[in-house]
Write a protein of this length. Sequence first.
Length: 203
Amino acid sequence: MKRQPRPLPREFYDRHPAGVARELLGKVLVRKTAADVLRGRILEAEAYLAADDPACHASRGRTRKNASMFGPPGHAYVYPIHSRFCFNVVTEPEGVASAVLIRAVEPLAGLQQMQNRRQRQHVRDLASGPARLCEAFDIDRRLDGWDLTLGRQLWIVDDGAPPPLDESVGRSSRIGVTAAEHLPLRFYIRSHALVSGPRRLRA
DNA sequence: CTACCGATTGACT
DNA sequence: GTCAATCGGTAGA
């Protein structure tokens, strides 16, 4: 029986969020609950910077909501928006508040459970979009601050699949942000049907 | 306490 | 393509 890949180590996350966002493409998000194991390949991620980035939730200092972003790298930052949730991984050393938002994954395992949670049948509707992904993977505020290196409940692995080549990785401005619109901090698998966002940013 | 608003989504033209 | 629902977090009185 094949050994399960280990969670990405803390060092993976301990660097600039743009590098983490790019390197997370092709990695596999794993969610284990009492009942299910869900897996999805990361297709799209956005970096939020600790400095000179007004779109970053930490740009105006520490609050109760963004506290986990100021914590050590390799933990989750889960926040609510519009009655939904978005999932980030915390990057850079403790005290440096930066993160990477996971915007879309390709469902690999647990499709049935995702369909049930999302109340949608089509794969396109399961985990394309940050809040859809959270609903499909049963991620909410309970997992804010969760340590992603433990290999329990929620973590990320390299399953050995070849990483995407540079020419297959697209880069664009971040979706939905009203501040710092020009920064090209969104990374995604080019032409993958399950990437979220408007068509003009997908090519 | 009230007022405002968003790293969204789904329904609709 | 457009648009409104929705509510926790934050700022300000």
